[in-house]
Design a protein around this ligand. Structure first.
Ligand code: FAD
Length: 510
């Protein structure tokens, strides 16, 4: 092989959903004109089309992919998100907030929480949630952009977005094709493999056309048109821990305020999301056919909409789990083809993002080293398992015993990785988190406490402090955060003041 032949020159992406166009937008920005990019998309197979809530790292993706925030907010009817409110999860009528950002104003959350535990035992400190700026702002339906200036009052106001997933794919398609990504409509019905290496050489479309490539990115959704059908990468099923397998999504008119957060309301047989966008509210019910019928779920969703439905229900099926080798020879699965974790913590679009970032980090040459491929697959496995454990926590750590679903999830055996973490926290409020895990202390503390696990103790060194001085410091911090939160503009006013179209501005009123 000649030296000049070593590099990947042709990348083919299969699928034109969120994953396909996110991949195209990022690779076209990073690889520029050095590699030719082609996206093949079926015009007969629909995209999932839901996927409206995100988490803060999406801002990094937008920098990587060259997405301008103002254009994106306008084109995708986006709103801002400061976290998720969980209703009825630990018990019926309970409610807690999982915010972005940090508690307090320091980053060493372990100790912040440890001191708080000590003061709480002495009855000298306010509720833990009053130390989160995102929670305080969300409770007022207020929003301002986070500041990157150190020690700025808004330094700890982290945010993400809610947006219309179909408009997002369209926006990214515009960016990608403008940068030279070639777009083909056609169903992939066959593939040509090298008989010696097993590497994929070309896709065969229904029309008979062949699309050759050096590297293939499978963004074909749960079908796994390449990673499953052609490469045979096995799927690991996690339904025993996360039994939800159906969803029904319906947008409706907004009648409630434009809250800067997602709401997740648990039901006897599943849960329901509320995601406010500029022009509508996204709603969906997630359930398991082991615990409810499709009709029961549809009826519950319809009964609980806040305004008239704006479209007919979109029914979706899924199985929770992951692809064992999302990278197999010269095929890399990105998006739903690489696995699915239910949308409870808005992680799927993030998992697409991190797959793309990992692919860029380990971008191969034509030989596709097994060592590089294995490193990618190990990181993907760890990431999926960390998110899986965090989701299981919501179902397992509950006092609910009012239905077969909660009786099952409350008593099911959980992975050791999660059981050990919960045990350490329950004993003395400590968290054993690795730096590369997606969900860090703010998230675990919010959900562990919110789901009703109160540590029995704390680190002994916490008792060797001046409690009165500590209590004064916490009180000052509480007042400071409250003052900042009270001065923030309402979310709807912030969006109005930031260049939205007239139509969008009109729709913000309630
Ligand atoms: C109920 C539900 C709620 C969700 N909510 C959220 C959320 O709030 N936040 C979040 O981050 N994520 C969420 N997700 C996940 C999110 O929707 C997906 O991660 C995202 O849409 C990515 O999908 P995809 O692009 O991988 O697949 P799809 O959207 O399924 O796209 C697949 C593409 O592949 C094409 N294709 C398939 N087979 C072939 C073939 N043989 N030849 C050519 N083309 C082919 C199709 O035409 C389509 O263009 C949710 C998912 C579900 C099910």
């Amino acid at each position: 092989m000649e030296q000049t032949d070593r590099w990947i020159r042709q990348v083919v992406i299969v699928g034109g959903g969120t994953a396909g166009w996110m991949t195209a937008a990022a690779l076209s920005q990073v690889l520029e004109n050095n590699v030719s990019l082609t996206l093949v998309e079926s015009d007969a197979i629909a995209t999932v089309g839901v996927g409206e809530a995100t988490i803060p790292p999406i801002r990094t993706f937008h920098e990587l992919a060259g997405v301008n925030e103002a254009d994106f907010i306008r084109d995708c009817h986006a709103t801002f998100k400061l976290g998720i409110e969980f209703r009825n999860w630990s018990a019926i009528n309970s409610r807690y907030f999982h915010p972005f950002g940090v508690y307090g104003t320091k980053k060493d959350l372990g100790y912040f929480f440890q001191y708080w535990l000590r003061l709480a035992e002495l009855g000298k400190v306010a509720d833990f949630e009053t130390f989160s700026l995102c929670t305080l702002a969300a409770r007022r339906d207020a929003f301002a952009p986070p500041s990157t200036t150190p020690n700025h009052p808004l330094e700890h106001l982290y945010s993400a977005y809610h947006f219309d997933a179909s408009l997002y794919a369209r926006h990214l398609k515009g960016l990608s094709t403008h940068r030279g990504v070639s777009h083909k409509l056609g169903d992939v019905v066959d593939a040509v493999k090298n008989p010696e290496t097993g590497f994929l050489e070309a896709l065969v479309l229904k029309s008979g056309e062949r699309v050759a490539g050096d590297l293939f990115i499978d963004c074909s959704g749960t079908r796994g048109a390449l990673i499953d059908k052609v490469m045979g990468s096995a799927f690991e099923d996690w339904s025993k821990w996360l039994p939800m397998n159906r969803a029904i999504a319906v947008p409706c008119e907004r009648k409630l305020p434009l809250s800067p957060y997602t709401v997740s309301t648990a039901h006897a047989f599943g849960w329901q999301w509320r995601i406010p966008l500029q022009h509508r509210v996204g709603n969906g019910i997630v359930y398991s056919t082991d615990f409810a019928s499709d009709d029961q779920a549809a009826q519950r969703l319809t009964e609980t909409l806040e305004g008239p439905a704006l479209a007919s229900p979109n029914r979706l099926r899924f199985t929770t789990g992951r692809r064992r080798s999302p990278w197999n020879k010269n095929v890399v699965a990105v998006g739903l083809s690489s696995g699915f974790l239910e949308p409870l913590e808005s992680t799927s679009i993030h998992l697409i993002q991190s797959s793309i970032q990992r692919l860029i980090k380990y971008f191969p040459d034509k030989t596709v080293s097994k060592i590089v491929m294995d490193a990618y697959n190990r990181e993907a496995e760890a990431e999926f398992e960390n998110v899986r454990d965090f989701l299981i926590l919501h179902y397992n750590a509950t006092q609910r015993d009012d239905s077969p679903l909660w009786n099952y999830t409350r008593t099911m055996p959980i992975p050791d990785s999660l059981a050990n973490r919960v045990a350490l926290f329950a004993e003395r409020g400590q968290l054993d988190l690795a730096a590369e895990e997606l969900f860090q202390a703010t998230s675990w503390l919010s959900v562990l406490l919110g789901q009703g696990i109160r540590p029995r103790g704390y680190m002994p060194t916490m008792a060797f402090q001046d409690d009165n001085l500590l209590a004064q410091g916490y009180e000052r911090m509480k007042q400071h955060l409250r003052n900042v939160a009270d001065r923030l503009p309402y979310h709807a006013d912030y969006l109005r003041a930031n260049g939205l179209t007239n139509e969008a501005v009109a729709s913000l009123a309630v």
